[in-house]
Structures are given as structure tokens and as C-alpha cells.
Ligand binder design. Structure first.
Ligand code: SF4
Ligand code: SF4
Length: 341
């Protein structure tokens, strides 16, 4: 394990930025957001960025391919460019876990090469949460806020940053920073982990359980009468899906440039009324059906298809951002189960 005092953090960032592009959460008037580091930018202490770091691997819009037309000839232009290694610093445990969930979608056959290119080049430096918020419930999905995954795992104390390499990528990064950091034991980190565990044990959602959901529960929950009341006031605004680190629906659209076509992929939302509109009509005609789809996907369909892994990481963004104060916790409590009922 390596250590650097906090007064040298800017030097550390400058050194990383010399090697790779470095992105980190910074405070803005609209909340914390990831920005490329430049001198004068300081690391935010916020737990959640407003938008999750899924943008790095699955951007909100991306140009997939261009078609150039001349007479009767169509040229297909591959817009993909091999990206360079980049470092994302300060990702919380919940958001790091969301990458596993996205990987199962985008890296299973047929592999999404756009996503894979960025995933291969991203170096994840995670940050333990010293004081998880009242909206946090990552523990419900067996995520430990004190021990995130990542290529390098960081713990920040009052006066120092502790860095622990967990992968080859992480070891290479820390080796390049060796002259700035010093070797240390794990005592301070272990102490911090204990304090975090004590704090987690006091959070209001500490007992929220997902055990009644999961693999094979479609028939049990699909027809539940509770969906009506739960979905009644949903505006279908899609905010919950856009801030969610694990939502991965998208739409593909072509734009006529006058001399060709640009094909874009854009985030979409299963909460939107036209999400399932097809030539024959729409297979989900009510907000109840759309609302049910989102939560059944996270709590039942995804785990059914992915060895029991839930498609929620308990980040709490949907709790703080939904304009009508509806969220996955309310759904789990209402439907669920013996422990949450
Ligand atoms: S459903 Fe809500 S709590 Fe779960 S990962 Fe998405 S935004 Fe976070
Ligand atoms: S649950 Fe809330 S955030 Fe999500 S679509 Fe409905 S109103 Fe919007």
C-alpha cells in the first residue's frame, strides 16, 4: 500500500495527467460532476456525482457510423477511433460495481466494440466512502462502501490518501507514481474501515433486503396489484433512468446531413411512452407497464439472466432526483417481501 499526504494531491494529479488523461469529480453549481483535471481543479468530496461515471464507457450520445452518398454509391465510414488510456479518479463502490452490470450487457456476444474500446482503456481509481448518506443502500446488494473494487483503491483520511493497487493496470499506475508516494502499512485504512462499518450500521436503509426478489420471481411479482398505486403519479420523465449508473437502454437514429447520413446512438428510457413503439404499435401502452418494466428488470429479469446479480447498486440517485419522490426503495418496500413489508 502507498500513501501521499493530502497537501501533495495536486502534485499527484499533475503527475497522473502527464501520463494519461485524468478525470475526477469536481464541485459545480449543479452538483458534483466528472471533469478533466487541470491545474486549480480540486477533488470533490461528494458521494454521488449527478451523472454517474457510466458516461465514460457508454456516453449519452455517440456517432456510430457515417454513410456518404454520391449518386448511387454509398460509402460506409467507420467513425471508431482507438482511444488512449485514461484514468477516472474517485469512483465510489456502487458506481464501480455498476461497470460489472454494464459489462454483462455490452461485453457478451455480440460484443459492443464501442463500449469495449473505452472499457479496455479506462483505469479505475476508486474511493471508499467515509460517510455514506442516508439515501445509500449499496449493502443491500452486497457492496461494501469501505472496500470498493477498481484498479487502484483509495482511502482518504484527514491528512493522507492511501492507494492500493488491485490489478496489473493499477500496479503500473502506482509504479509510475512511486517517486511521489511512500510505502505504508494498512493500519490507518483498517481503522477507517471500522469507522465506516459503524456508520453504515446506523443508516436508515441498512436493513433493506433484496432477498425476496431475484431469479425466477417473474410470476410472483408481474401481476401484483401494488404496481397500480406505485406507478400512479409517475410522470414518465425518465430522470431515474438517466441518473442511474446501471440503466443501459438506448435508441439508434439516423440524421440526414444533405449529402449522407450520420447514425447516432442515444440513451433512451423504458419510462418513455414511445420506448417500445414499433411498426405494429406499442407493446407497453400504460405508464403502469413502463414503470413495472423498469423495476422488474432491475429486481427480477436481470438477476434471472445474470446468475442472481441485481441491476441496482444502491447509489440512491433515484431517491434524491425523482420529482415525485418515487424510487426503487419504495418499490422494494411495497412489494417486498417479507423483510421489507
Ligand atoms: S435504481 Fe436508483 S439506487 Fe439503484 S442503481 Fe439506479 S439510481 Fe442507483
Ligand atoms: S419514477 Fe420518478 S424519475 Fe422515474 S420516470 Fe417516474 S417520475 Fe420520473
Amino acid at each position: 500500500m502507498r500513501k501521499i499526504t493530502l497537501d501533495k494531491l495536486d502534485t499527484l494529479f499533475a503527475e497522473i495527467a502527464k501520463i494519461n488523461k485524468l478525470y475526477l469529480p469536481v464541485d459545480t453549481a449543479a452538483g458534483a460532476k466528472y471533469e478533466e483535471w487541470a491545474e486549480g481543479k480540486t477533488l470533490s468530496n461528494a458521494l454521488n456525482t449527478v451523472r454517474s461515471p457510466k458516461d465514460f464507457f457508454f456516453p449519452q450520445t455517440e456517432n456510430l457510423v457515417d454513410f456518404k452518398m454520391e449518386g448511387k454509391t454509398i460509402e460506409i465510414i467507420d467513425t471508431r477511433a482507438e482511444c488512449e488510456d485514461f484514468v477516472i479518479f474517485g469512483i465510489r463502490a456502487c458506481d464501480v460495481k455498476s461497470f460489472d452490470i454494464l459489462d454483462r450487457v455490452f461485453l457478451s456476444e455480440p460484443v459492443d466494440t464501442y463500449y469495449k474500446n473505452r472499457r479496455d482503456h479506462g483505469i479505475i481509481v476508486s474511493m471508499a466512502c467515509t460517510r455514506p448518506a442516508e439515501t445509500c443502500f449499496c449493502g443491500t446488494f452486497s457492496i461494501d462502501a469501505a472496500s470498493p473494487a477498481g484498479d487502484v483503491v483509495c482511502h482518504k483520511t484527514e491528512d493522507a490518501l492511501y492507494l492500493d493497487a488491485k490489478t496489473e493496470k493499477g500496479e503500473a499506475l502506482l509504479a509510475a507514481l512511486a517517486s511521489l508516494t511512500e510505502d505504508t502499512d494498512t493500519a490507518a485504512v483498517e481503522e477507517q474501515k471500522k469507522l465506516i462499518a459503524e456508520h453504515l450500521a446506523k443508516l436508515p436503509l441498512k436493513d433493506l433486503s433484496a432477498e425476496d426478489f431475484g431469479d425466477g420471481k417473474t410470476n410472483e411479482f408481474f401481476g401484483a396489484p401494488e404496481w397500480k398505486e406505485l406507478s400512479e403519479t409517475c410522470l414518465g420523465c425518465g430522470t431515474c433512468t438517466f441518473v442511474c449508473p446501471t440503466c443501459q437502454c438506448y435508441d439508434i437514429k439516423d440524421f440526414n446531413t444533405g449529402h449522407g447520413v450520420k447514425r447516432f446512438r442515444c440513451w433512451d428510457s423504458c419510462m418513455y411512452s414511445d420506448f417500445t413503439r414499433m411498426a405494429h404499435g406499442n407493446s407497453r401502452n400504460s405508464q403502469l407497464e413502463r414503470f413495472r418494466q423498469r423495476f422488474m428488470h432491475k429486481l427480477v429479469y436481470y438477476p434471472t439472466n445474470n446468475d442472481g446479480l441485481f441491476s441496482c447498486v444502491g447509489c440512491g440517485r433515484c431517491i434524491s432526483k425523482c420529482p415525485i419522490n418515487m424510487n426503487i426503495v419504495k418499490v422494494m418496500k411495497k412489494l417486498g417481501g417479507k423483510k421489507n413489508g
